[in-house]
Design a protein around this ligand. Structure first.
Ligand SMILES: [Zn+2]
Length: 116
């Protein structure tokens, strides 16, 4: 695939493309990674892996017997394109992509502000 210009690729989802650019081949906007499947959201809890972030997702699970909900938490790993400049505490949107490593098959496609 020919090298793209600085203009971000249209990834087919209604998100604002990042203002910065990067030369990461696993970036959905500036590289060759295609995204498909699920869209999830969460909060970045660790950026220590460099190009991968750990994202925490909280969801409610229904307990039918007691007709109540309980809060559950899952952490998943996602690829972090350098152009998004993610930090711990950022609210992000993830999208499924091909498996990039044993544990990474999501990529961050949007930064939606930070948690206080
Ligand atoms: Zn990029």
């Amino acid at each position: 695939m020919p090298k793209k210009t600085s203009k971000a690729r249209d990834i087919g989802i209604d998100v604002a493309p990042p203002k910065a650019t990067c030369d990461d081949k696993h970036c959905p906007f500036h590289g060759n990674l295609s995204v498909r499947g699920q869209i999830l959201s969460g909060v970045v809890v660790s950026t220590k892996m460099g190009k991968t972030v750990v994202v925490k997702r909280e969801y409610m699970k229904t307990i039918t017997k007691y007709e109540r909900f309980e809060k559950r938490t899952r952490r998943l790993r996602a690829h972090s394109p350098p152009c998004l400049g993610l930090a711990e505490g950022d609210k992000v949107t993830l999208m499924e992509c091909r498996p990039l490593s044993k544990t990474v098959s999501f990529v961050v496609i949007e930064k939606r502000g930070t948690t206080a």
